[in-house]
Ligand binder design. Sequence first.
Ligand SMILES: Nc1nc2c(c(=O)[nH]1)N[C@H]1C(S)=C(S)[C@@H](COP(=O)(O)OP(=O)(O)OC[C@H]3O[C@@H](n4cnc5c(=O)[nH]c(N)nc54)[C@H](O)[C@@H]3O)O[C@H]1N2
Ligand SMILES: Nc1nc2c(c(=O)[nH]1)N[C@H]1C(S)=C(S)[C@@H](COP(=O)(O)OP(=O)(O)OC[C@H]3O[C@@H](n4cnc5c(=O)[nH]c(N)nc54)[C@H](O)[C@@H]3O)O[C@H]1N2
Ligand SMILES: [Mo]
Length: 748
Amino acid sequence: MTEVTPIKTDPKPSALIKSMPDALYADCRVNQPAIRKSYLEKGPGAATERRGTDPFIPVSWDKAVDLVTAELNRVRKNHGNSAIFGGSYGWSSAGRFHHAQTLLKRFLGCIGGFTNSTGSYSNAAGQVILPHIFGGGAAAGHGPYTSWDSIKANTELFVSFGGIGLKNTQVEPGGMGEHAAHKWLPRLKEAGIEFVSITPCRDDTADYLNADWWAVRPNSDVALMLGLAHTLYTESLHDEAFLAKYCVGFEKFITYLMGQIDGQPKTADWAAAISEISADNIRALARKMAAKRTMIATAYSLQRADHGEQTYWMTATLACMLGEIGLPGGGCGFGYGSMNGYGNPSMRLRSPSMPVGDNPIREFIPVARIADLLLNPGGTYQFNGEDRVYPDIHLVYWCGGNPFHHHQDLNRLIKAWRRPETIIVNEPWWTSTARFADIVLPATTTMERNDIGASSRDRYWLAMQKVVDPVGQSRNDYDIFTAFARKMGVEELFTEGRDEDDWLRHLYEIARQQAARQQVEMPNFDTFWKSGHAESPEPDEPYVFLSEFRADPELNRCDTPSGKIEIFSETINGFGYDDCPGHATWMEPTEWLGSSDTEFFPIHLISNQPNTRLHAQLDQGRVSRDSKVVGREPVRINCEDAKIRGIMDGDVVRIFNNRGAILAGAVLTDNVRRNVIEIATGAWYDPLEPGAIGTLDRHGNPNVLTLDKGTSKLGQGPTAHSTLVELEKFTGKVPEITVFSQPLTDPV
Ligand SMILES: Nc1nc2c(c(=O)[nH]1)N[C@H]1C(S)=C(S)[C@@H](COP(=O)(O)OP(=O)(O)OC[C@H]3O[C@@H](n4cnc5c(=O)[nH]c(N)nc54)[C@H](O)[C@@H]3O)O[C@H]1N2
Ligand SMILES: Nc1nc2c(c(=O)[nH]1)N[C@H]1C(S)=C(S)[C@@H](COP(=O)(O)OP(=O)(O)OC[C@H]3O[C@@H](n4cnc5c(=O)[nH]c(N)nc54)[C@H](O)[C@@H]3O)O[C@H]1N2
Ligand SMILES: [Mo]
């Protein structure tokens, strides 16, 4: 493979495809099954503090299969299946059959089950709070929300919290055929819609939309929204009829808004002091929102912060006060610009997808509580109304994810990671997670196998045809788990007698028949496979979030206890959580620019999604590597903040707090507000002393610095966007990047 070319109909193909040949043949491919030296010599639990530093010994596939199955059997027998953590979070690759996480869970289900995880790093707090507000089903975190065609034809004012990040619309889980946001956003501009982009980074919203940039203090959005609500209420601009007919609990919220509970009315002036947006602007925007058809769009990023639930709840509350929920182009939505597909008019077909099967074990954790789980076996915690206990994990199996990329506070994770006796990872590349494992099994990439790409938010099903033979000794995850299943006597249960080709045809046919029931005719498999894709038409009617509820709230009740939108939730109130009361509330995040910690750490760290990669994937590819500064991940620093620290464009800087320190390459800009730096996630963790706790990361992985704390007892989501740091010019000798080469191996 030398080059990847895009499908002709794509309005804006992603540049990331240029990195794919580099990744396929990268020096850091895992070529052969490999076992950590101490583990191979002394068995499970050996010298776990040497994870990340021990050399690896290459072994044969037969030996690897023997080791893994024997260890799974030992743990099952001695500790029960709940001692196996298979919650393995991660995106892996596009493709619905070879979906790594699904295959692992399906296999572990076949051998008696595993401790699972629930929710996503993307939208964990949102996924828990939204059903309390709007009910389950459509609103349970992933929409659909009002489509771009409805917005184009009706919206006058589009107020976005967190922007509509074009960088983020490059991707969609499962795969996509059309970067539709790039088709629709220019049309919204042409339609004359006015945009307000409330974010610490100006370029979160495309230049051509001419958005009014409100450089808000990170994590202060709830206060800003309360200021807007206060203006609406005191100037009688709220929609009383809507609130009475479609919502519950507005009166209770008002006692809070007006300060009858805590003595503090949430005025525009109060909000201005917290958000650093002028009170006049807040009042003016509230009036404009009341006068115009307004869409309030809140990005995922806002809830990936301490008390992240409140950002979604307050968005919904504000939209209820405006009374335009269920009207074309009005109301609110979550995740526009966070993924390509939000707003994309599509038929919402059920994609072909591999069934995960049953998990006989009921244990799970909220996904971002992985370090807590490993550190506190038997420990108690609360989650969405439940009192729960962390099970005792002896074996961790990760497949298709990279916790040393995605989890917060990596030094804490390293400590937690030393506790289980065995860690097994299937990976195409020597990622940090693979380097911290005991048993590493080389997996193929999408280029080395056949698959079907699809997402319900995109109009295309894609025939992902094999391009090259497996690199080195790598195998498909499906084949790896089939070998285990055979050895453990559950092959038929796992495979149902199907090979790759059988599964693709089978999964395709199920989805095709389902589409036919929605009156969408998709071609048969052979036609699809030959042409390379199948396309469903854009729907005739725009989609409007909650339009049916608005038309008939009795017949189409919200799936909430009251049947209405819950501005006050008796259920949540009944949980009695100090960090998530019964209505949207401003609570200070543990770390933010308004806290006293700014004395030592005066900079808010935004570690957002990378423009040049998919998370940590493709960091070894040319697009990402071309973006590096002195080989480090670029960190964008406001020119004034850089100046007072003597930092020049292109300098290597050291960014630090009490949790750790990283190096990064300075890029000076006025597009990031004062007292904020922005460094994308995904630079591969490259510690000075591999395996050690608290060592300098030479490359710029922001999760060395981020806070590992749940959003609240309700959602327990990750809080990466609530992190304070300081930075300085790095004056030492700049260490070389080592992470893209093979780890130390001891040949047998
Ligand atoms: N600080 C901070 N941290 C964050 C975030 C943030 O905003 N700030 N965002 C969070 C979010 S929203 C997310 S979704 C996570 C993403 O976190 P992850 O999804 O864990 O990140 P990826 O780098 O995509 O990891 C996927 C891994 O799967 C491997 N892989 C790919 N294809 C295959 C395959 O076919 N088989 C196998 N076995 N492996 C495969 C890849 O090589 C890669 O290492 O990060 C989270 N972390
Ligand atoms: N190219 C590319 N695209 C991706 C991904 C990728 O890895 N690469 N990952 C995908 C995934 S898994 C996900 S979940 C989505 C994530 O989608 P989002 O969560 O929406 O993305 P982020 O890039 O984390 O954040 C978007 C912007 O929010 C702003 N922001 C951060 N904190 C605050 C705050 O407190 N207040 C306000 N008002 N703004 C804030 C930041 O300036 C940031 O640039 O992106 C997806 N898209
Ligand atoms: Mo995500």
